[in-house]
Design a protein. Structure first.
Length: 430
């Protein structure tokens, strides 16, 4: 990581993650970033579609297919996989979007081999999967009575609707987890884990050509399949809606906001900086924390942002606070007041400078981890970022002006159209 100057701005870090791109015979896209001296090699396999591929009534099967894929393959048990990777400081895991793993740098080939075998032949042994499903159902039963968890899910339903996968938990419901079987997971893998839907990122002290050659062999049994065809969804209109999950507790969890932006929105950079002024910067700088927590003493945990959830599909503007029932109206009024203020008044230069300095520094530090770089390679491929996108981004953050923030806030923050989900003891709002 080096530094570059932005004229009148301070020097900002220049993050470089060069990659070589290959197409494997199975149809998968392979991205390799060589980082000399890196002690760890990280690999991520992204399967396009994710939870959007869940069948009706079996929500969560994409998550389970990823999470339980390490339980065995056609030739290896979960114990055998662990015995291969753990002595090398490695391991694998999965989720609704695919598989990932890390290992000591010199053993990267072993990790690639294992992930290739798991992607092609994960077997989901009935007994092992039954045990993990029982644990998941226990977790879901606990969460079904957890106001904070249910408030978050309820809020997503308000924003995206109950029928879209973004409006529900990626790992399903207690009802769906009670009917999904190991056979459903095998069927999901067979139908969707194919080369033409896969993007594989490898980051470490590796030779890209050697990685390509090893991956050709490791993923040779992965079927080519068909590309994932994403359809443009329709979400509920952006207008005020309310919902409540009522339980007798000491605290009310308040979620407030509306539909947000896609990652390719031209205002993304300005909104990222705005978030660090408004609700995601360090506690001593962002306005919502300063006012609602430090000055008014309403809660310890409070935050708000719009850029963090932006993706290929729109994210959310979401503000959250956990507070006592008698303070809920005050908290809601406080959120809306700060939204209006940042729309109506330019951010002072000194305040903006602190927020930008924190954002640029923390953003750059995150790329010290190999796993973060692998995730970025996947994101860059999915979004079609130009080769120098990451190099330019910190300088773009640093160049944001008060006028940029006010313009973006006026366009994308809608205090009069916010939906609100309350979870906890019953509260009446004005």
């Amino acid at each position: 990581m080096t530094s570059t100057s932005t004229g009148p701005e301070k020097s900002v870090p220049k993050i470089e993650v060069p990659r070589e791109r290959f197409e494997l015979s199975c149809g998968a896209t392979l991205l390799v970033h060589r980082r000399a001296g890196a002690p760890v090699t990280a690999v991520r396999i992204h399967i396009r579609g994710g939870p959007g591929l869940d069948p009706d009534g079996k929500e969560g099967v994409a998550y389970m297919a990823g999470a339980f894929a390490d339980q065995g393959t056609e030739t290896k048990s979960d114990e055998a996989i662990a015995l291969l990777l753990e002595p090398e400081g490695g391991g694998i895991q999965g989720d609704a979007m695919g598989l990932s793993g890390a290992v000591a740098g010199s053993s990267w080939g072993l990790l690639v081999d294992v992930l290739g075998e798991v992607m092609a032949t994960a077997s989901y042994p009935d007994a092992r999967v039954a045990t993990h499903l029982e644990r998941l159902r226990t977790r879901l039963a606990v969460e079904a009575e957890d106001p904070r968890a249910q408030g978050g899910i309820l809020f997503k339903k308000l924003i995206y609707g109950a029928d879209h996968f973004l409006g529900r938990s990626a790992y399903g419901t207690l009802e769906s987890a009670s009917v999904i079987t190991a056979g459903d997971m095998r069927a999901h893998r067979a139908a969707n884990w194919c080369g033409k839907r896969a993007v594989i990122a490898v980051v470490g002290d590796v030779d890209p050509v050697e990685v390509r050659d090893r991956a050709e062999i490791a993923f040779a049994k992965v079927p080519a399949g068909t590309p994932y065809e994403r359809t443009e969804p329709t979400f509920p209109p952006v207008e005020p809606r309310r919902a409540a999950f009522e339980r007798e507790r000491n605290q009310v969890h308040v979620y407030l906001g509306h539909l947000g932006i896609k990652r390719d929105d031209p205002d993304y950079v300005a909104l990222a900086v705005m978030d660090h002024v408004l609700g995601t910067g360090p506690g001593f700088t962002n306005r919502i924390t300063q006012k609602l927590r430090d000055q008014m003493g309403l809660a310890y945990t409070v935050h708000a942002d719009i850029h963090g959830s932006a993706g290929l599909l729109p994210g959310m503007f979401r503000a959250y606070i956990g507070t006592s029932p008698e303070h809920v109206q005050t908290a809601v009024d406080g959120f809306l007041a700060e939204m209006r203020t940042i729309r109506d008044e330019p951010v002072p230069q000194e305040e903006l400078g602190v927020a930008k300095s924190y954002l640029v520094g923390s953003f750059s530090m995150g790329f010290e981890r190999a796993s973060r770089r692998a995730s970025y390679l996947i994101s860059a491929e999915l979004h079609g970022f130009p080769e120098d996108h990451l190099e330019r981004l910190p300088a773009e953050f640093a160049a944001v002006t008060p006028e940029d923030i006010q313009r973006a806030a006026q366009k994308h923050l809608m205090p009069d159209a916010c939906s609100i989900a309350l979870s906890g003891p019953k509260v009446e709002l004005a």
